[in-house]
Design a binder for this molecule. Structure first.
Ligand SMILES: [Mg+2]
Length: 280
């Protein structure tokens, strides 16, 4: 009897999740055979990942998985854990729930709320020299549809398949970051994209950003093809060039510590969550 009640509750939760999903959720679906058949028949694909029905349970997932994945994630976000290659295999479910179940979006919202409050409190010179640096992947655009198909970071990074995904230009805007981007433009602060994507991905990156509603950035700075240095070295070097050209970096936001370390960091930095991969 208790089991039957539980099933009813689960079905109700799934229905509620289905009816309230927005573009973010609708665009993250697993490529099941059924989905392919439905698409061919003109039927809407079923909702996203099989993990999605456990919405809201992310806070309890460390215990649920029997491994301390919540502690692992905290160590990652606090930069106590570094140079890791993959998400622990036992934490695939945890990270999947975290990313898809609302927790990730809530954490991102807190970061962006702080960033907007800070930006609104700035006394701007009004000379058009104030800029804000934005990382792209897992900051301005989300590659979650790719990672949902690749173990949420438990699989070793595969540059070939990931670059093929990038060339689709289908990454989603992270809605929270887009809210910050638009706010900064309204305040007169110019966004600068600074990314580890390479110059040969410039055209598709511009297409992807525009498709997702990003307009009005001042610069898009990409890594030269064949660049051998570290992410921190590249990004801090580009920020130095901006500063030397007379721009004032009032803010800097990224999902990796390598986005926000290395002078000049910017007057204030903001770290978005990313438990799926590490870039040193
Ligand atoms: Mg990034």
């Amino acid at each position: 009897m208790a089991t039957a009640k539980l099933l009813v509750v689960l079905v109700a939760l799934m229905a509620a999740a289905s009816s309230s999903c927005g573009p973010w959720e609708l665009n993250i679906r697993m490529p099941t055979a059924r989905a392919v058949e439905d698409a061919a028949a003109g039927v809407a694909a079923p909702l996203i990942h099989a993990l999605r029905p456990l919405v809201g349970s992310a806070g309890d997932l460390g215990r649920r998985g029997g491994v301390p994945c919540d502690s692992w994630r905290l160590a990652v976000e606090a930069y106590n854990k570094r140079d890791w290659k993959t998400v622990p295999a036992d934490c695939e479910g945890y990270v999947g729930h975290y990313m898809l179940g609302g927790h990730y979006r809530r954490d991102s919202r807190v970061v962006v709320d702080e960033a907007i409050a800070y930006a609104e409190g700035l006394k701007l010179a009004g000379n058009g020299r104030e800029v804000w640096v934005f990382d792209i992947d897992e900051t301005s655009l989300s590659n979650l549809p790719y990672y949902a198909k690749h173990g949420f970071g438990t699989e070793p990074f595969n540059a070939t398949s990931f670059n093929a995904y990038v060339l689709e230009g289908s990454a989603l805007a992270l809605p929270e970051t887009q809210r910050l981007f638009d706010k900064l433009i309204s305040l007169g602060i110019k966004p600068v994209f600074l990314t580890g994507r390479t110059e040969n991905q410039r055209a598709i990156t511009v297409v992807n950003l525009r498709r997702q509603g990003y307009y009005g950035w001042m610069k898009l700075l990409l890594k030269p093809v064949g660049f051998k240095g570290t992410a921190i070295g590249f990004k801090s070097g580009e920020r130095r060039k901006l500063q030397d050209a007379g721009y004032v970096i009032v803010g800097n936001i990224g999902d990796q510590w390598s986005d926000i370390l290395g002078a000049p960091e910017g007057a204030r930095t903001f770290k978005l969550p990313d438990p799926m991969y590490y870039i040193g």
